[in-house]
Design a binder for this molecule. Structure first.
Ligand code: CMP
Length: 136
């Protein structure tokens, strides 16, 4: 049975700054994820706060929003079979220290904050996050 999904991926400021966008795109493409839409943007702290609002009660929320708005990011809609879980597998654990070898965060992440990529964690959030960046 087919399970074609879309998910949102963000190349975060630390990785855009180090010119890693093309390398990260290649990892997705080589693993059967199609980039169906993408753009480089620089969001405001308010927009970052809206994007990360599921984390608003967390102690690191303010820092997280400051960071995501600190420089350009590259946002993508990825499409493929089981795209949500596949993207999360390719990214690796949130903390690069805990990530499996050859995952994006293991290869490129600097710290739990500067972990190079974000990916939607569920079908529900994938839809919300895609709409936030790509509707209208
Ligand atoms: P991301 O997948 O973008 O989702 C929320 C982000 O919060 C996460 O990646 C991390 O970069 C960041 N973060 C900072 N501190 C923590 C923490 N203690 N636990 C989880 N995520 C954290």
């Amino acid at each position: 049975m087919s399970n074609l999904e879309q998910t949102l991926s963000i190349v975060k400021p630390d990785a855009v700054e180090r010119n890693l966008t093309e390398d990260i795109k290649k990892i997705f493409i080589n693993n059967d994820l199609k980039i169906v839409n993408s753009k480089k943007i620089h969001i405001s702290k308010e927009e970052a706060a809206d994007f990360y609002k599921v984390h608003q009660a967390k102690p690191f929320y303010d820092e997280l929003c400051t960071y995501l708005s600190s420089g350009p990011i590259f946002v993508m809609i990825l499409e493929g079979e089981g795209a949500i879980a596949l993207n999360r597998k390719l990214m690796g654990a949130t903390n690069p220290k805990d990530a499996e070898p050859n995952t994006i965060r293991k290869l490129y992440g600097i710290s739990i904050d500067k972990n190079s990529v974000h990916g939607s964690d569920s079908a529900e959030n994938a839809k919300i996050e895609i709409d936030l960046f790509f509707k209208n």
